[in-house]
Design a protein around this ligand. Structure first.
Ligand code: NAD
Length: 351
């Protein structure tokens, strides 16, 4: 196989640490760039064979055309979600591979961390006790046991979360476009409608992908249909929630708690150190001002195990492509929209 040159965009020190370690087995030529891929940085891709991208890189029709002109024939996403990739523009132009599963446990466990922190206020207790304030007034929580959790999107992450929450003794309701009845029977939970989840759930956790259908599924209308004081957890994608409606719900106390690992305008801020800057996003500033909201910056995936798996699968995807093997983790306009429509060729590729 030829010497494959890979340009990483939006790379961080932990990317190079884990990719360099796993690359000892592959021997590719890896070059790490700090900035996002966008119209300013796309010329950097010239001279490389493939680009390795992450959730907040810009991969629209213009960028795809530029990448192709620069000789790139493969986009290797080092993540599961691909809502930032214009798959229609890429179809028959550039192959797109991703890491469909690296650790559903990492994301499910982070969702539970948000639930428990919001509920039991351990973040506040930590600061109080550092200040020798050992009072517990204001830290009152609730038993998760026998409360109802509504899981929207019961795929790999949603299923792990259901298993964990069943372990807490919670009643679980789930909504998914493709219900897995065997799994529901094994775990002892029910698939139901979105409306029923809104009506019954004490905690709602989002685990479906961002698509035109799911964008802003949590808006004024759905929030209005929820229980008073509901907890909303979003570790999926920011645009599943209309942030303005969430803020209104928090102000009116309809929403009792929100745990957000993703935010609809996150690309400017998340993963960056902005501690020396004035925060110029008024919506994010308002979210951070609530004492019943926890924002984490897209770190749900961030475990050692997940980073190892991401590096391993991404480099294997690249190897398979350049060795002209079937691409198990390719996504395209057809199969990305609806996996029932997967039209992979006999060579195991989308085109
Ligand atoms: P998955 O594909 O295994 O599961 C998604 C589930 O959502 C599937 O069961 C699918 O049938 C269902 N679904 C699709 N459209 C739906 C709809 N309109 N309504 C209800 N259900 C629908 O994906 P996954 O690995 O479980 O990941 C879920 C999401 O988590 C990803 O799309 C990604 O956005 C997000 N994610 C976030 C992080 C993070 O660090 N915060 C990391 C990985 C993934």
């Amino acid at each position: 196989m030829k010497n494959v040159r890979v340009a990483f965009f939006d790379s961080k020190p932990y990317d190079s640490e884990y990719f360099d370690k796993i690359n000892e087995e592959f021997g590719f030529d890896l070059k790490y760039f700090r900035g996002h891929l966008n119209t300013d940085t796309v010329p950097i891709s010239k001279g490389y064979d493939t680009v390795c991208l992450f959730v907040n890189d810009q991969v629209d029709a213009f960028i795809i055309k530029e990448l192709k002109n620069n000789g790139i024939s493969l986009i290797a996403m080092r993540c599961a979600g691909y809502n930032n990739v214009d798959l229609k523009a890429a179809y028959k132009n550039i192959h797109v591979v991703r890491v469909p599963a690296y650790s559903p446990h990492a994301v499910a466990e982070h969702s539970v961390a948000l639930m428990l922190t919001l509920n039991r206020k351990t973040h506040k207790a930590y600061y109080r006790n550092l200040d020798k304030n050992f009072t517990i007034t204001g830290l009152l929580g609730f038993d998760m046991y026998q409360k109802t959790a509504g899981i929207i999107g019961a795929g790999q992450i949603g299923k792990v979360l259901i298993h964990i929450l069943k372990g807490f003794g919670m009643n679980v309701l789930a909504y998914d476009s493709f219900p897995d009845m065997k799994f529901a029977e094994k775990e002892g939970f029910k698939y139901t409608s979105l409306n029923e989840i809104y009506r019954q759930a004490d905690i709602i956790s989002l685990h479906c992908p961002l698509t035109p259908e799911t964008q802003y599924m949590i808006d004024e209308k759905s929030i209005n249909a929820m229980k008073d004081g509901v907890m909303i957890i979003n570790t999926s994608r920011g645009k599943l929630i209309k942030t303005k409606a969430l803020i209104d719900g928090l102000k009116s106390k309809k929403i009792g708690y929100a745990g957000l690992d993703v935010y609809e305008e996150e690309s400017e801020y998340f993963f960056e150190d902005k501690s020396g800057d004035v925060l110029d996003d008024d919506v994010l500033a308002r979210l951070l001002s609530f004492n019943n909201v926890i924002v984490t910056s897209h770190q749900a995936f961030f475990t050692k195990e997940a980073l190892m798996n991401i590096a391993q699968t991404t480099l294997q995807n690249i190897k398979d492509y350049f060795e002209e093997k079937p691409l198990a983790n390719e996504i395209c306009y057809q199969c990305g929209q609806n996996r029932e429509n997967c039209l992979k060729t006999e060579q195991g590729r989308c085109f």
